[in-house]
Structure formats: C-alpha cells, structure tokens
Write a protein that binds this ligand. Structure first.
Ligand code: AMP
Ligand code: GLY
Length: 420
C-alpha cells in the first residue's frame, strides 16, 4: 500500500513510525513532514491546508490511503473533498469536524445529550460577554470558539484578566475569526485525562488512557501550550473510572452522533477532567492528540492500517485491538520562549546518542544540509518505555540529558501526578 500522512508534528512522526512497522505498507509520503519523518517516509512540500494540492498529489501518486493528522484540514473539509474524488481518506468529515472546530457546537451537543460537562454560555457580543464576567466565580474559563492551535483558552484569575482575554479575542481579534464567538465556562477542578477513541459510526472503542501536561511550567504553572509531555496509562484511570466514562460519556456520545445524523469515522479525542464528583468532558478533538499519540500509539500492538481499514469499512466492532503492557513516558523539548515568541534554526545535538529502548519523535524540526535544526515551538518528544511509569520516566529523562540545542526548555515533572 501507498500511504500519505498529512502533518508535520510529533503526532505525524509517530503515525509514520507505526505505519513503518506494518507489513501492509510499501511506501509512505508525509506532507510536509519534519526531520524525523524524513528518514522513514518521503517528505512532500505541500502545506496541510492546501486541500487541492494534497488531492492532486494523492491522485497522481495513486495513494491507497491518506491519514489526516491535524485538525485544520479536517475542519476545512478535506475528507469530503477526497471522497468526492473517490480517494480513500481516514478522518471525520467536515460536519463531524465541528466537534473540534467550534467549542459552542460541542457544548451544545454535550448538553443536548446529557453528557457531563461544565456549565457554559456563548457570546458573539462583547458587551453581553462583559456582563457575564465572573458569573461562575474565579478562576473563569474563556475560550475562543474556533481553532486557535490549543492557545485559545484563557483561565482568568480575576475580573481584569477576564476582561483582557475577552478584549483580546473579540475586539483585537488575536485569534482572527476564531474569537468572534466566545464560550465562557465554569472552572472544573481535578485531574485531566485524555481518552482517544476509534469510532466507525457504529461503535466507539477507547484506546489506552494518557495524560497530557498542558501548562508550560512544572507543577502546572504558567500559560497553556499544545502539550509539554505525556504518559500512558494515566495513573488515575482505573477500571471503575473506565466503566463510568464508557457508560456516562462514550456510549451517550455515540448515541448522540446517531441521533444527530453525524456519521463520525476516525479518531475522537475525549479530553476529560476527573473531578471529585465525576468525569466531565472538557473538549472533543477529532484526531489523534499531540503529544498523547507518542505514548498511546507506541503501546498499540495491532497493525494500525488494519484498524483504520476496519473503521472505513464499518466493521470496527469485529476488529481485534491489542495493547502492550509496557508503560510510556514522553518529554517534550521546546524552544525557549514557547508558547510565546521563540527563535528557530538552532542545531540539535545528541540525536544519535539515544538508547535502543527509547525513541525521539520529532515535531518542529527540519533537515538542512544533513543537520537537524529546530523549526517550531515544540521540537522533540523524547519517549521511553518501561514496566512502570517511574522506570519509563527515568529512562526518558536520561535520554533527554544527552540532547541539547540553544535555549532548549522542558518540564522536569512529566510522568508525575499533579493535583491542583
Ligand atoms: P480545551 O482546548 O477546551 O481542552 O482547553 C485547553 C485546556 O484548558 C484544557 O486541557 C484544560 O487544562 C483547560 N481547561 C479548559 N476548560 C476548562 C474548564 N472548564 N475548567 C478547567 N480547566 C479547563
Ligand atoms: N494534547 C492535546 C491536543 O492534542 O489537542
């Protein structure tokens, strides 16, 4: 099979890495890819939002399956466009992608189908939004409705911060159109867990659990990022919680899809807050999480192509899916300054000095004249496996210590349980 993977992050490097192990796969293209996919796939210079360019490429190269990594092309409707051309593509269609493309759409879905989530209100008028400042007390959660690369959520500690966030989103248009509508939400206190699910419209099958570390600093301080590290399985996700999430969240979500006529095929990422009372949905994403994929997919025993085909054919229920017992920890190495401004183009040292039982997934990197240079905020995901989270964690940090680039930054507490 010839496969095209769309994207250039750690998630896509992990997908390519996993596909590379499949006997079904002969050739992988990655558009646009990074320095990590460069050694396992053929990188193609097409941007993720160039839907026509990607479509033409898939036709020309007679691609058997296209896997869409990031949310942007999904929300733009890449799946509908590929299907028009009878090209096989893995991911939800445009209608379903609203579950990530609009926070208000998701909140409305959750409320209508009685799926546990925090209280919320949506606004398109700044004046109206201003009147609602503090209605749920503080901290106050303010979200741009549309896509904002994981940065459109502000947790305001007081009225001034709340007003500033609303002003930034609605008046200064910091996130462009994405902030024309905002959602304000009740703050949920607890521990976050990510449950990625395979969905084929008829069934929903959760993968092993994972935890992401969203904040830039240790102990969950500072602004939100795309994710500074992850481990799997989550230390708090026991059988009882698993049952609760299936019964109260996953099954009603699938039923909701059916009732609303949403033909969801692909990956549904369920972001949960495990509060003292119950598990509540923070968000849905309609694709693999980044960096969760690095720890989740690397624990998948079954061939990913087989699972994806079973989803496209609507026979996920019969598909066997096996997981490794080994635990995984992934520490993200970022450019100093991220999630604010940072420099690119720094040479990365030590990439060849990695243990055999660890792996470095690339994110914001590029290959220039045989050198690997930084090319983004989140640069690498150093991942290791072990019989316990602690063992995997020690190995991951041991390998981190061998890598360096100018102004490299990482959190020191990935793999530890942080209760706020
Ligand atoms: P979202 O993109 O909606 O998941 O929000 C990004 C991050 O903001 C989440 O992973 C949480 O860390 C935090 N967050 C979002 N909504 C809430 C909420 N209602 N209560 C507490 N934290 C939240
Ligand atoms: N790690 C969170 C996300 O992929 O959106």
């Amino acid at each position: 099979m010839k496969i095209l993977v769309i994207g250039s992050g750690g998630r896509e490097h992990t997908i390519v890495w996993k596909l590379n192990k499949s006997p079904r796969v002969d050739k992988i293209y990655c558009a646009p890819g990074n320095a990590g996919t460069y050694s396992m796939a053929e990188n193609v210079e097409i941007k993720v939002d160039d839907i026509e360019g990607l479509c033409t490429f898939a036709k020309e190269k007679q691609i058997d399956l296209t896997i869409v990594g990031p949310e942007v092309p999904l929300v733009m409707g890449i799946v509908d466009r590929f299907e028009e051309e009878n090209l096989k593509v893995f991911g939800p269609n445009k209608e379903c992608a609203q579950l990530e493309g609009s926070k208000a759409f998701t909140k409305d879905f959750l409320y209508r189908h009685n799926i546990p989530t925090g209280d919320y209100k949506e606004f398109t008028s700044f004046e109206e939004a201003k009147k609602a400042v503090g209605i749920y007390g503080y901290p106050m959660v303010i979200k741009a409705d549309g896509l904002a690369a994981g940065k459109g959520v502000v947790i305001a500690e007081n009225e001034d911060e709340a007003l500033k966030a609303m002003d930034d989103m609605m008046k200064d248009k910091k996130f462009g159109e994405a902030g024309e509508k905002i959602v304000i939400e009740e703050f949920l206190k607890g521990i976050e867990t990510s449950i990625l699910c395979f969905v084929d419209g008829e069934s929903i099958v959760p993968m092993v659990s994972a935890q992401d570390y969203k904040k830039i600093f240790d102990e969950d301080e500072g602004p939100n990022t795309g994710g500074m590290g992850t481990y799997s399985p989550s230390l708090i996700y026991d059988e009882k919680l698993d049952e609760e999430v299936k019964e109260k969240i996953l099954v009603p979500t699938l039923d909701g899809f059916k009732k609303d006529g949403l033909n969801f095929k692909g990956i549904l990422f369920v972001g949960l807050m495990i509060t003292k009372e119950s598990a509540k949905v923070l968000e849905f994403n309609v694709r693999f999480g980044d960096p969760e994929t690095q720890t989740v997919l690397s624990r998948l025993e079954t061939d990913l192509v087989e699972i994806m085909e079973s989803i496209l054919d609507g026979r996920l229920k019969q598909q066997e899916i096996k997981w490794k017992e080994q635990k995984a920890v992934c520490v993200v190495l970022a450019s100093g300054g991220y999630p604010g401004n940072y420099e690119k183009g720094k040479e990365i040292q030590g990439l060849l000095d990695i243990d055999e039982d660890a792996f470095v997934f690339h994110a914001g990197t590029k290959m220039v004249d045989g050198k690997v240079l930084t090319n983004g905020g989140r640069v690498l995901g150093v991942t290791a496996w072990g019989d316990t989270i602690d063992e995997a964690r020690k190995k991951a940090y041991e390998n981190v210590s061998r890598i360096s680039f100018d102004k490299m930054y990482y959190r020191k507490d990935i793999g530890k349980l942080i209760e706020k």
